[in-house]
Design a binder for this molecule. Structure first.
Ligand code: GLU
Length: 275
């Protein structure tokens, strides 16, 4: 029997893979393999201003060096502007998105978008960004790790789907790409939990199905903050793959995997994987 499971790992190429992103890669990989599913890789380079030259290739080489091979071709968000543009147009034509002329300065101090442009722009005023007209209803879903979740009302109010600098926004790209790839389960870190209601709102507006979500706890540095490229987390090196993988598996609660070459360690680890 072939499984209909499709999972993915979606790194942003703003730097090399570090321990935190390795955890995300291994968790999504093992969940896919344990479910006899496909594991896709998508390079989230939609925000060209954050892309670091060479980082995407380095990430892909590192995944291979750690024994993680993806199914199908790697998807690059930077090549998909046409699709994103069509989706924005269709949302606008259905009144589910609107042009916004607000500048950062005008919105200074506002926690939520105050709705200035929600009812249209005055004559002669040009839109800068495009916002999604977010329904006021709460979104609820059952996270496979965290249990029942409910968005705090309005926290994602009228978020941007096309930015003033011309780039499409992460929320839009991720929802479009997961739908097109037929992703059935998203395993990712808790740092993205607060994005999930926005994604579900967009999926609903576009008539897409909502995948299952599993948000795992994040790896923190010794100051208790998230490991990220922005705060200079050390990259993982292929030369130390077995050791790094051992640490990663321990972090994810998979014990007793024999130290070996990474591919073999992963086979053993994935056979022990449960969410
Ligand atoms: N590109 C995002 C990141 O690197 C992950 C997005 C996702 O998994 O939905 O943090």
């Amino acid at each position: 029997m072939t499984s209909s499971y499709i999972g993915r790992f979606a790194p942003s190429p703003s730097g090399r893979l570090h321990f935190g992103s390795l955890v995300a890669a291994v968790a999504s990989y093992c969940d896919a393999r344990a479910n006899d599913g496909k594991w896709l890789v998508r390079i989230e380079d939609v925000d060209g201003s954050r892309t670091v030259d060479g980082a995407a290739d380095d990430i892909l080489r590192t995944l291979e060096g750690f024994g993680m091979y993806w199914d199908g071709n790697v998807v690059w968000q930077s090549q998909r502007s046409e699709l994103y543009g069509e989706i924005v147009r269709s949302l606008k034509s259905k009144g589910q998105a609107f042009d916004c002329a607000c500048t950062r300065k005008q919105l200074l101090g506002q926690k939520l978008y105050p709705g200035f442009c929600r009812n249209g722009l005055p004559d002669g005023v040009e839109g800068r960004s495009v916002r999604f007209l977010t329904p006021v209803e709460d979104v609820q879903w059952s996270d496979l790790i965290l249990g029942n979740q409910k968005s705090r009302s309005g926290t994602e109010s009228d978020f941007i789907i096309k930015r003033a600098d011309g780039y499409f926004a992460y929320h839009l790209a991720v929802v479009a790409d997961d739908e097109e790839a037929g992703v059935t389960r998203i395993v990712r870190g808790e740092d993205l939990l607060e994005s999930t209601p926005a994604h579900i709102h967009l999926q609903n507006a576009l008539g897409y199905s909502t995948p299952e979500y599993a948000h795992f706890k994040l790896a923190l540095n010794d100051k208790g903050t998230k490991l990220s490229k922005a705060n200079k987390a050390q990259p993982v090196e292929i030369e130390n793959a077995s050791e790094e993988l051992g640490r990663t598996l321990k972090f994810l609660g998979i014990e007793g995997v024999t130290r070996d070459e990474p591919g073999k360690m992963l086979i053993e680890a994935c056979s022990k994987w449960t969410l």
